[in-house]
Structures are given as C-alpha cells and as structure tokens.
Design a protein around this ligand. Structure first.
Ligand code: Z5A
Length: 232
C-alpha cells in the first residue's frame, strides 16, 4: 500500500508513456532513456506494465495469454492492479526514493482506456482502484503517443512476423478506435500531466518532439533545453 508522507520522500521523476498497439512506446522509451542517462546526471529506471517486477511479470504472462478474459474487464482490472501493487512497491517507489527518473511503458491510463473506455468498466470502479493501488504515486508527465489504429496494428503485425496476436491485439478495430479516443480524452481532461505526441511520423521526428516536451515540462531533466516548449 502507498505510505503516508510518500510525496515528501519522493525525489525522482515519474514519466509514463501510453498509446495504442504499435505506437512506438518501446522504441521511444529506449531513446529517451539514452538521452536522459547522458544528460540528466540522474539514474534512469526503464520498466513496463503489466510487469516490471518478477511477480508482476508472472501476472503479465497470464493476462496477455487471455487467462482473465472470460471473467470480464473487472477481473482483468483487478489482475492488472495486483501486478501494479507489486511493481510500485518493489521497483517504482524505491527508484523514486533514490532520486531516479522512472520511465514506464504503460500505467494507469492503460487501465482507464482498455478496461474502462474500451472494455466498459465503470469509471467509478477505476477511480476507486487507482486510489487504493496507486495512491499518491502519480506520474509527473504522461506522453500519449497518438497513432491511427490501422497504422499501429500494421506495425505490430509486421514486427510479429506471422506469430499470433496477443489477447489485446486480437480485439476488433472498433475496440482500438475507442482506445485512441479514450487516450485523447484523458489528455484533454489532464493537460498539466499529459502531452499528446504525433506518433505517425518517422522515429527521429517523434524522438525530437518527446525530447522538446520533456525539456519544457521537466526542465531539470534536460538542463539548457527547457526554453523551446512542447513540440508535439
Ligand atoms: N493493458 C491493459 O489492458 N490494461 C493495463 O492496465 C495495462 C496494459 C498496463 C500490453 O501489451 C497489453 O496490456 C496492451 C494493453 C494491455 N495491449 N496489447 N497488446 P504489450 O506491452 O505487449 O504491447 P504494447 O504495450 O501494445 O506495446 P507494443 O505492441 O510492443 O508497441 P509499442 O511499444 O508501442 O511499439 P514498438 O515496439 O516501439 O514499435 C512497434 C513496431 O513499430 C516495431 O517494429 C518498431 O520498429 C516500429 N516502429 C516504432 N516507431 C515507428 C515509427 N515512428 N515509424 C515506423 N515504425 C515504427
């Protein structure tokens, strides 16, 4: 469980990266991590959800294998939450307390978008889960990589090279269109935390937009670059 007074102990920065399938999250997190390691003078912890700790990775295998699908979006949200509790306790909060920058591939907004907006789970249930599971450990910045679902699914399929789609990739195009709308709605609702990045461009252009956004929103991480503003 989150601890009282956590915010006072927390010294690092927490950045999450969100978006639909094949939006380029892993590609861009690797690039941003390299930039921050070279420029920020702080440790950088790269992680992902579901997963990120040994126990949470076991839950990931079950979730992406479709084990919880027959039980519906509430049961799936509970399993994602179980993985998140372990991930926060074992990896994210200790790294933040050490003053590191945590870069996390998916976090609470994926639960909101996949199990909530696209899966039909009541937003009140999701809010309650976030309060007890995440508490005060909220991202300082969330980069939402926005891409047409057709393009993202094509990228993911090309990368898979004939291997089958996982539990979520196998959803209908309509599901993925609802997902995109959900991520954009989250960004509109929380503009101070979220920045939308056009992920339909080449990887170098997407990287430049992310770097400018990080420099503008969290200038202490990229000293000397903070005056150019968001370039999403
Ligand atoms: N999920 C959920 O339902 N609820 C939750 O609470 C959480 C998650 C936390 C995790 O899957 C699944 O769990 C996810 C949501 C659900 N759904 N699915 N599937 P995952 O981690 O296995 O998959 P993912 O998060 O969707 O990531 P991904 O498919 O690996 O995509 P990505 O990381 O965004 O993209 P990438 O690997 O960087 O790039 C994909 C390919 O495109 C690759 O070949 C790249 O070389 C290429 N690429 C990357 N950028 C570009 C550009 N700019 N142009 C052209 N090609 C590019």
């Amino acid at each position: 469980m989150p601890r009282i007074g956590e915010s006072a102990q927390r010294r690092g920065a927490f950045i999450t990266v969100e978006g639909g399938e094949g939006a380029g999250k892993s590609t861009q997190i690797a690039r941003l991590a390299a930039t921050l390691r070279a420029r920020s003078g702080r440790g950088v912890c790269v992680t992902r959800e579901p997963g990120g700790s040994p126990r949470a990775e076991e839950i990931r295998t079950a979730l992406l294998g479709g084990l919880a699908k027959p039980y519906g979006p509430f049961a799936e949200a509970l399993l994602f939450s179980a993985a998140r509790i372990d991930h926060l306790d074992r990896l994210i909060r200790p790294a933040l307390r050490r003053g590191e920058t945590v870069l996390c591939d998916r976090f609470i907004d994926s639960t909101r978008a996949y199990q909530g907006a696209a899966g039909g789970l009541d937003p009140g249930v999701l809010d309650a889960l976030e309060r007890v599971v995440v508490g005060p450990t909220r991202p300082d910045l969330t980069l939402i990589l926005d891409l047409a679902p057709e393009a993202g699914l094509a990228r993911a399929a090309a990368r898979a090279g004939g291997q089958g789609a996982d539990r979520f990739e196998a959803e209908t195009l309509d599901f993925h269109i609802r997902l995109r709308g959900a991520f954009l709605a989250i960004a509109r609702a929380e503009p101070a935390r979220c920045a939308v990045i056009d992920a339909g461009r080449d990887p170098d252009s997407v990287e430049a937009a992310i770097r400018a956004t990080v420099a503008a929103r969290l200038p202490e991480l990229l000293p000397g670059e903070g005056t150019r503003g968001d370039a999403a």
